[in-house]
Design a protein around this ligand. Structure first.
Ligand code: GCO
Ligand code: MN
Ligand code: MN
Length: 385
């Protein structure tokens, strides 16, 4: 019942199940697997697709013939397993050249190299079938505001995206861009720190219809925000092109935990939202296994991410079908008598509103029964309903 199927569109990055557990305090705890081995691992656990940064697949200093061999082997693994590549992205943060950012660097050589690297990575992604291209500006920020003018940073980022949109159109690629916000880590402050900030920025782009967002659970939680609300705003704007699922306790370092493992209730409302609105994009996991794990543990991690999603999807269906919960929802949303006074503006409506007597005290005294509704929700989640 909770077995992943292709229609669930569960995808993982090569860098997620491929994480060797290296962190700022310690060396790798797992041997690195090749992209081909990772594709087979993902197929074994039941994933639908695999995503990558250019250099997860092709090392930054590979020769053209090495590149071709790697891509051939990878394509072969995809055709053996049936996995697809729905998304691709560029590593614009790992190499020392990007220590002060890529598109927003003060160094024009770095900005030009970042454009070149991204065009090549877009070609690679499209060659493998990607329809969404993610931009995560991991180093597009500062440690000190003495170093960069934030308006100049935005201008440079806009110029790069405008250029790359035109490049995609010029090539005739069927590709959309998804911008991923993060407030900090690895920089002290990253520009455009939230999904809401990204949405505001997208409206300023020349080809804004090609550009949406890739919100990530952990990134909004790091900022102390409600992830579902960020996703809802992106959905409302028609900009939810992709999503990065994982988990994160607020106030910690960037944890990238297994989906739902830290904030189960938030994960429930997120899954319920995505399923209720009929989000048709990928459910991409950008997370990694605990450093304590071997590759069996990595599979447990990946299976757990998908299984928790499917369990929560089932719980959302139960919530939608629960008579007591639905009676409360209906009561909460029932017309209290003023529905006909509301709606778009008209002079008559304005006059009617001004002429109406409201019982302000009664409105304030009315209990809303949200305690009961939330407790019922929790009991459903805890499995006692
Ligand atoms: C992070 C980010 C990245 C991006 C990835 C794809 O916190 O490191 O979430 O994992 O999602 O680079 O753009
Ligand atoms: Mn992240
Ligand atoms: Mn991410």
């Amino acid at each position: 019942m909770f077995t992943p199927q292709p229609e669930h569109k569960f995808t993982f990055g090569l860098w997620t199940v491929g994480s060797t557990g290296r962190d700022p305090f310690g060396s790798p705890v797992r041997q690195a697997l090749s992209p081909v081995e990772l594709v087979h691992l993902l197929s074994e656990v039941g994933a639908y697709g695999v995503n990558f940064h250019d250099n997860d697949l092709v090392p930054i200093d590979a020769t053209p013939s090495e590149r071709d061999q790697i891509v051939r082997d990878f394509k072969q693994a995809l055709s053996e397993t049936g996995l697809v590549v729905p998304m691709a992205t560029t590593n614009l943060f790992g190499d020392p050249a990007f220590k002060d950012g890529a598109f927003t660097s003060n160094d024009s050589n770095v900005r030009a190299y970042a454009l070149q690297k991204t065009m090549n990575a877009i070609d690679l992604g499209v060659e493998l079938g990607a329809k969404v291209y993610v931009f995560w500006g991991g180093r597009e920020g500062v440690e000190t505001d003495a170093s960069k003018d934030p308006v100049e940073g935005l201008k440079r980022f806009r110029e790069a995206l405008d250029f790359l949109c035109e490049y995609v159109k010029d090539q005739g690629y069927d590709l959309k861009f998804a911008l991923e916000a993060k407030p900090n880590e690895p920089r002290s402050d990253i520009y455009l720190p939230t999904t809401g900030a990204m949405l505001g920025f997208i409206a300023t782009l020349e080809n804004s219809e090609m550009v949406g967002v890739n919100p990530e659970v952990a990134h909004e939680h790091m900022a102390g925000l409600n992830f579902t609300h960020a996703v809802a705003q992106a959905w409302d704007a028609g900009k939810l092109f992709h999503i990065d699922l994982n988990d994160q306790a607020p106030g910690r370092y960037d944890q990238d935990l297994r989906f739902g493992s830290s904030n189960l209730k938030s994960a429930f409302f997120l899954v319920k939202f995505l399923e209720d609105v009929g989000y048709e994009g990928m459910r991409h996991y950008d997370a990694h296994a605990y450093r304590t794990e071997d590759y069996e543990g990595v599979k447990d991690f990946a299976r757990g991410c998908m299984r928790t999603y499917l369990v929560l999807k089932q719980k959302a269906a139960e919530w939608n079908a629960d008579p007591e919960i639905q009676a409360l929802v209906a009561e909460i949303n029932a017309d209290q008598g003023s529905e006909q006074l509301l709606g778009s503006y008209s002079a008559e409506r304005a006059t009617a509103l001004k002429g109406t007597q409201f019982d302000r005290v009664a409105m304030g005294e009315r209990g809303l029964a949200y305690e009961r509704l939330d407790q019922l929700t929790l009991e459903l989640l805890m499995g006692v309903r």
